[in-house]
Design a protein around this ligand. Structure first.
Ligand SMILES: [Zn+2]
Length: 208
């Protein structure tokens, strides 16, 4: 009798452990599925081999936002900053973007490369100025007369915008990178990347 009871207890704890494992695995998997771009990259295998480097940066004002007692989904729960990813999957690409948007940008850059076009962030105003910017960088750009948003209002501060160079040229009408720009305009939306209506070089997660 005692043996049967201990067997039943053993089975019960086994079932509980299995349920716990399913909950622990299913949660993070659902998050990963949400962050995935709509179209798969042609060379996704390479992206897995070279995982992107992570660093955390202080975000702008909205990172202090609290809705229903939880931290904004783009913010790092511990540090209060946003989680940044340096896109390293394609050599020579100098983009630092939000962890939530990084899979989109990585697939986008890889697909462009496969089509024969090189995409980079335009760091003409200084190192790192073409993708993620802190509020201080944003202020400095304005002081120097660049058409940058007020600190706290730019998608660059969220790591959700990139000022694109297409085959090494700024994203403006130039016959030498015409086909690169055409490719970006035709394909970016497949990766959740949209152009600002007034700034043809500024591509972000929402077109702002
Ligand atoms: Zn921009």
């Amino acid at each position: 009798m005692a043996v049967t009871r201990s067997r039943m207890a053993c089975r019960r704890s086994l079932v509980l452990a299995l349920l716990l494992a399913v909950v622990l695995v299913a949660g993070p998997l659902a998050e990963v599925a949400d962050a995935r771009p709509r179209r798969r990259a042609t060379s996704g295998r390479r992206a897995k081999k070279r995982p992107a480097r992570l660093r955390t940066a202080r975000g702008p004002g909205p990172c202090k936002w609290r809705g229903g007692g939880s931290v904004h989904p783009l913010c790092n729960r511990r540090g209060g900053g946003i989680r940044l990813v340096v896109v390293t999957n394609v050599p020579g690409t100098n983009m630092s973007v939000n962890q939530a948007w990084a899979p989109n940008v990585t697939s986008f850059v890889q697909a462009a490369r496969a089509a024969g076009f090189d995409l980079q962030a335009h760091d003409g105003a200084g190192p790192g100025q073409g993708s993620f910017r802190t509020a201080a960088m944003q202020r400095e750009l304005r002081r120097r007369g660049y058409p940058a948003n007020r600190p706290g209002t730019s998608m660059h501060e969220w790591g959700l915008a990139v000022d694109l160079l297409c085959n090494g040229k700024l994203f403006i009408d130039d016959p030498s990178n015409h086909w690169c720009r055409e490719w970006v305009r035709a394909n970016a939306h497949n990766f959740g990347i949209y152009v600002h209506p007034g700034e043809p070089w500024h591509w972000s997660s929402n077109g702002r």
